[in-house]
Design a protein around this ligand. Structure first.
Ligand SMILES: Cc1cc2nc3c(=O)[nH]c(=O)nc-3n(C[C@H](O)[C@H](O)[C@H](O)COP(=O)(O)OP(=O)(O)OC[C@H]3O[C@@H](n4cnc5c(N)ncnc54)[C@H](O)[C@@H]3O)c2cc1C
Length: 419
């Protein structure tokens, strides 16, 4: 069958675009390399965990319009995250005022900054000297942890907005984020969309108004247009071969920032952290960031390592990574490693760089991203379109909201072209 539109990728962006285009009456099919939908929304339902757990996206970072309206429309409940944000520095929990004062000064300088530069250049230029050594370290840890950024490439102006909104309300979806993509998938099917799982797109031949996609299993799909929603990591990897080549688009792909992340899900028999009101812990341990499931009563601790450190550790053996995680917790809670290990009932470590159809975590803006995104959001020959979280230009970068927004945008663009 010949389709109007083929979409590659059943993540948030692809499903959102598909739902919109089906509603407009287009005949749409979707190719997804994995056996299921969701992409980086990956809720695990394993026996060893007390409840479904999030290997990928977990939080709704603020009052995000599209995500929250979809959840409300679908009747999927979400709840505010609770607990204190605690910094642990050199074994000291919530170390005094100095950190706060320096951070306030950094934000003040940042607000006045006009010219873009990398985070590393900014720190070196405006906060040199030994008195700011801790600030430079803390800022690097924050940029790597939260944004997965390489501070030698990431744009300081683009993180400014996000760092100002740090204190926003956060939510979780009890039962799992997958309920959102399951809902979108159901809508697409109900509207007649055809979805092919285990179908890894490989070769794309195109000319104006005509696309032929061949999968790894040599299946062929034809359409008038194609929307590609794979991650920046997959785009960069060359997994998709375009014929003819993409020229400026290919060059733009290389300018995007795409970080690495390792997520640690540790289920314990007893909540040894209880009584301290912990929501999040930010530390200088090898696995620096940890969080609880508050307000849910669950003996799960989640560890997070992002940015270049995660890229470096992604090839380590699972046993070494577990040791590192337990060692970090033992140091934070001043417990013996063996005691902690005996408390562990189940675990999962997800190295996102090794996920074969994702190849990383999420995007951050380099000093070249703005121009690159401008190029990539223009279709090639009015036929090949790109969407996905890496192509979002608003203030919620690297999120599910970003992915959904780009899915909506690409559908709008196609609708407008055909008017
Ligand atoms: C560990 C982690 C934690 C995160 N935490 C949060 C969070 O708390 N809150 C938040 O809002 N966001 C979070 N994010 C980011 C969020 O998950 C992503 O921004 C969003 O899910 C991306 O959606 P997407 O549709 O753009 O891409 P994807 O979800 O990557 O979808 C692309 C799809 O394309 C498929 N694909 C790839 N190659 C091919 C091919 N050749 N042929 C066919 N199909 C292919 C993939 O299998 C995938 O399903 C997190 C991400 C990670 C990795």
């Amino acid at each position: 069958m010949k389709y109007d539109i083929i979409i590659i990728g059943a993540g948030a962006a692809g499903l959102m675009a598909m739902k919109e285009l089906l509603a407009d009456g287009y005949r749409v099919c979707m190719l997804e390399a994995a056996p299921n939908s969701g992409g980086r929304i990956m809720t695990l339902k394993e026996k060893g965990f007390k409840t479904p757990v999030e290997a990928g996206a977990e939080f709704i970072h603020g009052n995000l319009p599209l995500t929250l309206s979809l959840l409300q429309y679908a009747g999927i409940p979400f709840e505010p995250v609770e607990g204190k944000m605690i910094t642990v520095h050199k074994g000291e929990w919530d170390p005094g005022q100095e950190h706060e004062e320096h951070w306030a000064k950094l934000m003040k300088t940042l607000r006045k900054l006009k010219k873009d530069m990398t985070i590393r250049t900014f720190l070196g230029e405006y906060f040199p000297g030994t008195e700011y050594k801790e600030l430079r370290e803390a800022t690097r840890r924050f940029a790597e942890g939260f944004d997965l950024a390489d501070t030698g490439k990431a744009s300081i102006l683009s993180v400014r907005k996000e760092w100002e909104h740090e204190e926003q309300m956060q939510y979780r979806i009890p039962g799992g984020y997958c309920q959102l993509t399951d809902y979108l998938l159901r809508l697409c099917r109900r509207r007649g969309g055809k979805i092919y799982f285990n179908s890894c797109a490989r070769n794309i031949h195109f000319e104006k108004g005509k696309v032929l996609v061949k999968t790894r299993d040599k299946l062929k799909f034809e359409a008038s247009r194609l929307i590609v929603t794979v991650s920046a990591g997959v785009l960069r990897s060359g997994m998709l071969h375009f014929n003819p080549g993409l020229g400026a688009h290919q060059a733009a792909i290389r300018q995007l920032g795409f970080g690495s992340v390792i997520k640690f899900l540790l289920q314990f028999k007893n909540p040894f952290w209880k009584g301290r009101g912990i929501g999040f812990l930010f530390s200088d341990e090898p696995i620096p960031t940890w969080w609880t499931q508050r307000p849910e009563k669950n003996n799960l601790l989640t560890g997070w390592l992002g940015g270049p450190a995660a890229a470096k550790m992604s090839s380590e053996k699972e046993g070494s990574l577990l040791q590192l995680a337990l060692g970090s917790l033992a140091s934070l809670f001043q417990m013996k490693g063996a005691e902690l290990k005996s408390q562990l009932s189940h675990y999962k470590i997800i190295r996102w760089e090794k996920q074969p159809y994702i190849l990383g975590g999420y995007s951050y803006n380099t000093i070249y991203s703005e121009k690159a995104i401008e190029v990539l959001t223009q279709p090639v020959e009015d036929t090949i379109f790109f969407a996905g979280e890496a192509l979002y230009t608003g203030e919620f970068q690297g999120t599910v909201e970003a992915a959904l927004q780009t899915g909506l945008e690409v559908a709008k663009k196609i609708r407008k072209m055909d008017k």
